[in-house]
Ligand binder design. Structure first.
Ligand code: C5P
Length: 420
């Protein structure tokens, strides 16, 4: 599974502002990020900023965990796949080395059973001090990864090692630490923002594909379908709001991740197929993505140049895997498998044919003749073996909500939820 969970502990110091960029990069890459900020860290970044960017609750002190039923400190320290301390101050590193637990951050660091990666940031003299170097040796001996700080001019005017590594470098170190760690599971826990009084998908796992795929021809050109991703993202948002654990596998679209959704970004159909395979099993899969049917058989490693002669380069195509049909045939076929179909004519007839060909349970047929892809509304017909349910034209968010009600009913009929 490729949506690891990061517990990010933000220490004090001027470099704490870089944690904002780090959270952004991690979220962009599909990581689930939960932030803990120390009292000193709060002087430099606000919990509000971190909450908005991480789309998760931010913890600042042990008393945040007074509601132990929701999330105790042991659970908080262990539900992550990797604990990251950035910036790691001299003080935090010293406490970690000594096993001191006198606030939330240090308590979590002592209680965790997960790998820990630290990105130090401090004044050059503090970094070079034998006490700090001793602490670092102790931590490395304990199995903690301590990144080397960057060298350069410091906020205090001195020059030397001690600067926080750039967020991109920290993210690379996180990728590497996770690649070395044992496989992890995603989609743990329910989004806590879902309205408690109406969560018809509580306890359900739902996988959604959305957006186009980009199939490279060379490093600057690609084959793609016209897809904004808006309907798929609206469905992911509605599914999470209905209480489901949602894994959204998104092609390249510039849309924000809906709250409570675990997102994995992909470029190509082959990558999407791979992520979908890894995402199973789920209760329902909704394949909204406009997957390119073909890819370049042999993408060029360098930009194909026009030589001025008017000669057109050959472009051999290879067929992409049909992800929906593949899931339908797989041993882990979801209880409810839903495909989409954008049609300009004979909408129902084409949808019925597609239902049979793909082996799914429903086809959401989408009439794109009047309002081409990328618009804000949709007129859909839900085509199944038992009949056709035609809805009026609705905003995409309303289509998504209505679809969630229908899916919840169908899942309840097919397999009553144990955890409800
Ligand atoms: O064959 P067509 O592209 O019209 O089928 C549309 C449905 O099949 C959508 O649900 C789409 O996400 C899915 N599909 C897929 N993999 C493909 C092509 C389409 O999952 N390679």
């Amino acid at each position: 599974m490729t949506n690891p969970r990061i517990l990010l502990i933000i220490g004090g110091g001027i470099a704490a502002y870089k944690s904002i960029e780090l959270v952004r990069l991690l979220r962009k890459a599909g990581y689930v990020v939960r932030c803990v900020i120390t009292r000193a860290g709060e002087q430099f970044v606000t919990p509000l900023t971190l909450a908005a960017l991480s789309e998760n609750k931010v913890y600042t002190n042990l008393f945040d965990l007074k509601d132990e039923v929701e999330m105790g400190h042991i659970q908080l320290s262990r539900e992550a796949d990797l604990v990251v301390v950035a910036p790691a101050t001299a003080d935090l590193l010293a406490k970690m080395a000594a096993g001191i637990a006198d606030d939330l951050a240090t308590t979590l660091l002592l209680a965790t059973d997960k790998p820990v990666l630290t990105a130090p940031a401090m004044n050059v003299r503090m970094w070079l001090h034998p006490a700090t170097q001793r602490n670092i040796a102790t931590l490395r001996g304990d199995g903690v990864t301590v990144m080397a700080p960057d060298e350069g001019e410091m906020a205090c005017g001195e020059f030397g090692p001690g600067r926080l590594p750039e967020p991109a470098a920290i993210k690379n170190a996180i990728d590497a630490a996770l690649a070395a760690a044992p496989a992890v599971t995603a989609m743990v826990g329910q989004p806590d923002f879902a309205p408690a009084n109406h969560r018809p998908l509580y306890g359900r796992r739902i996988l959604i594909t959305a957006g186009p795929t980009h199939e490279p021809i060379d490093p600057v050109r690609y084959i793609a379908n016209r897809s904004s991703g808006k309907q798929g993202f609206a469905i992911a948002e509605a599914a999470a709001a209905a209480g489901a654990e949602v894994l959204l596998i998104a092609g390249p679209v510039p849309l924000p991740t809906p709250p409570g959704v675990i997102r994995v970004d992909v470029e190509t159909a082959v990558e999407m197929a791979d992520e979908v395979r890894q995402g199973l099993p789920v209760d329902a899969a909704i394949m909204v993505a406009a997957v390119a049917d073909w890819r370049a058989a042999d993408p060029a490693g360098q930009k194909i140049k026009k030589d001025g002669s008017g000669a057109v380069p050959p472009l051999a195509l290879a067929e992409n895997p049909d992800i929906l049909a593949g899931v339908a045939k797989s041993a882990e076929r979801p209880t409810l498998l839903i495909g989409f179909a954008a049609e300009t004519n004979d909408v129902i007839a084409h949808a019925e044919a597609k239902l049979a060909r793909k082996g799914c349970d429903w086809i959401v047929a989408n009439d794109v003749a009047a309002d081409p892809m990328g618009g804000e509304s949709n007129r859909v017909h839900i085509v199944s073996k038992t009949g056709i349910d035609s809805w009026d034209r609705l905003p995409k968010a309303a289509v998504a909500r209505k679809l969630m009600e229908k899916i919840a009913d169908e899942l309840d009929a097919r397999s009553p939820c144990q955890s409800d």
